[in-house]
Design a protein around this ligand. Sequence first.
Ligand code: ADP
Ligand code: GN1
Ligand code: MG
Length: 376
Amino acid sequence: MNGEKCQKREQIAQQIVPAFAVDGQLAGVLPYGNGHINDTFAAYFQMNDGSMRRTIIQRINTDVFKNPDELMENVIGVTSFLKKRILEEGGNPERETLTVIPTKDEKSYMTDSQGNCWRCYSFVEDTVTYQMVEKPEDFYTVARAFGHFQMLLADYPAHTLHETIPLFHDTPNRYRNFIKALKEDNLGRAANVQKEIDFVREREAFTHLLTDLQKKGELPLRVTHNDTKLNNILIDKATGRGLCVIDLDTVMPGLALNDYGDSIRFGASTALEDEQDLDKVSMDLQLFELFTKGFLETAGRVLTDKEIEMLPAGAKMMTLECGMRFLTDYLEGDTYFKIHREGHNLDRARTQFKLVYDMEQKWAQMQAIVQKYAGR
Ligand code: ADP
Ligand code: GN1
Ligand code: MG
């Protein structure tokens, strides 16, 4: 661990953790998880009876989430609502959704002397997150959990939710941002990536498909998660089941297709999101089928015929959009997504475009699978 990281852990232990209402003696702080946006740590506590307990301590990325008060209001609203619904169903609200641990003065987050915002969650123990599906059948239970999450939030008062990132899945707007970054080309990187630029430009018309249908009233807005990748669900170690949907920062009104699509983008891939050997990257039809089955068994009851018909388009849209976002960030000098090596965002963009291409080759099979589980 480098000096800067050690200093940060020291600062978190001395200034951040003591602000939260957690019992026990702080024993240490370690970096945790693989998110691209927030800085996540696990804080370990020694309890009076000698046992250890840990909590999640997270620095909220306020470059991305500009209004932490509104963000935390959403998180508290959604988790409180989910806890009631989970209890009604006979589930365990401590494990099946996030629990915000307040500060000692009963705030949902604290601000440190440098203006950084920090929050604390209970650690959901005996769970694991994956960067890739390990056992195919797990992906089916993940689909059920994301579908179920959407079902549970179907009656959530959508008008009370703040829009934490404006135009988050407005794909035509993402395309415009990409063109702007390309025109500015502040780092002179565009010349390296002509093939990727052409790939995106050829698909401009497609970027409008779902937003146009929504504007025409043919696709409904629902309360959705908007970031349903596999590492945003905690999987129960004992049962292999999708247990707890996390990373609730982008819960906002959106399209059900985007939640379905983002899960396919990440979880139905045969390779990691940043794989450099593109021969390894494809969209696995078996995983696509398992996810489609699980999602339609749970969320399918409320989806309209049009939504079901458009599921493959949701998968392609989220993959193309994410690829555009990675490429835009590469052109802009890697200011949004955390990177861990040079060209990291470009590697990520390339895997997404390879997946889009592969979906285009498998389009008829994807549609047939969706119809097989449409159940009507
Ligand atoms: P980011 O927005 O950066 O993706 P997340 O909220 O998804 O941040 O957290 C990053 C990682 O930390 C998750 O992928 C998961 O592995 C882990 N994590 C987050 N919250 C919890 C929790 N309450 N219990 C256990 N692990 C968690
Ligand atoms: C980010 O926060 P995280 O790592 O779960 C991003 C998603 C992207 C994803 C790509 C708020 O998700 O939109 O799809 O990276 N989250 C935000 O892996 O921008
Ligand atoms: Mg995450």
